[in-house]
Design a protein around this ligand. Structure first.
Ligand code: SF4
Ligand code: SF4
Length: 353
């Protein structure tokens, strides 16, 4: 098959998949909205003592059907939106917000529809919570997969190649050194033939601290080409480090931000940041478990208190079960970890701290 034919085929396949994802997401959204509407309506219509025994029994049967529609809807919505918006920062967060609204329905809906529940309204609330749980699990998977792929890419390649202007296309040295958080000459992009005549190497300095180096300063390369002798003594070699008075410090820093050497250094920072962040979260979870549990428990009781106050006591006093608080704490920790990792990525690769 010709290259053109293969490209055409993959484009057609992509269009087909994208079209299918739109249909799946659209149908999922419609099914989700309709089933939510019907479940909430059930709570209003036959909740408390508003319905007769036969109406309640009918409503319970209907709720079973609505729940199936809701489950199919949230799965379609999660799968379709994941395909369509993969890579978008807010994809996982958006899915989790909808999931939370469904999951917490038993917390706030009774205050709105009245606290007198019966079998039908309880089933309707449980169905909403089931939909929220399924969407929440899928949303968490999407968020964790997204972050795992990003971390893997960042740890392997650091900044994306298109952000690198200096040293683009330069290959790593065959017998490469790669010292974690090393100086520029301990990284794989320091070329041996330049290094031997480089004053920064002989002065045991680091180019991004001096703001001049082999990727940005012609003089450093010229020294190597002209085989210029550089003293091996650190203090004497430092005197040969070129000075560029034409550019401001900010301009020199901005050269570094788009240089392959500096971005390798950033990749090292990111690795170290990850090694601290991930175990740090698990250690904090273990050490501060009691405090964190009490905080989440208190927050849930407080939310209920606010809703209860706003509805003149219609919500009743809610005491969340321990298992529920534990699950909420785990979810909160995972979300906090995910966004801390995103923040770390942003700080190191975007604003270059
Ligand atoms: S400036 Fe370039 S050649 Fe000189 S030590 Fe640093 S990486 Fe090596
Ligand atoms: S741009 Fe910065 S990191 Fe790159 S060689 Fe020059 S001083 Fe070093």
């Amino acid at each position: 098959m010709s290259r053109f034919g293969a490209a055409d085929l993959s484009e057609t396949l992509e269009e087909l998949l994208s079209g299918t994802a739109k249909v799946v997401a659209g149908l999922g959204a419609v099914a989700t909205l309709i089933s939510i509407g019907l479940l909430v309506f059930t709570c209003f219509r036959v909740g408390g003592d508003a319905g007769s025994a036969s109406q309640v029994a009918d409503a319970v049967r209907n709720v079973e059907i609505f729940q199936k529609v809701l489950v199919a809807g949230v799965i379609g919505l999660a799968v379709g939106s994941t395909f369509l918006f993969w890579g978008e920062e807010l994809l996982g967060a958006g899915q989790l917000m909808i999931a939370a609204a469904l999951f917490f329905a038993p917390l706030y809906l009774p205050s709105i529809v009245g606290d007198k529940t019966n079998q039908a309204s309880e089933s309707a609330l449980a169905a909403l919570q089931t939909g929220g749980t399924i969407l929440g699990v899928l949303g968490m998977l999407v968020l964790l997969t997204d972050i795992a792929i990003r971390v893997n890419q960042r740890v392997k390649t650091g900044a994306k190649a298109d952000h690198i202007k200096l040293g683009k296309g330069i290959k790593e040295e065959g017998q490469k050194k790669n010292v974690l958080m090393g100086k520029c000459w301990q990284l794989p992009y320091c070329r041996t033939f330049v290094r031997d005549k480089c004053p920064i190497y002989h002065a045991r300095r680091t180019c991004w601290k001096e703001l001049v180096g082999c990727m940005c300063e012609e003089q450093v390369i010229r020294n190597a080409m002209e085989n210029k002798a550089i003293p091996k003594d650190e203090l004497l070699a430092a005197k040969f480090i070129p000075q560029n008075h034409k550019l401001s410090t900010e301009q020199k820093k901005s050269r570094c931000y788009s240089c392959v050497i500096y971005n390798e250094h950033q990749r090292h920072k990111y690795k170290v940041g990850m090694w601290i962040t991930v175990p740090g979260f698990f250690v904090s979870y273990a050490v501060l478990h009691g405090l964190l549990f009490a905080a989440v428990n208190g927050l849930l009781i407080r939310i209920n208190g606010v809703v209860n106050h706003a509805t003149l006591g219609a919500g009743g006093n809610y005491k969340p079960p321990d298992m529920f608080v534990e699950a909420m704490l785990a979810v909160v920790m995972l979300i906090a970890l995910t966004y801390t990792m995103k923040l770390l990525e942003f700080a190191i690769f975007k604003i270059k701290v």
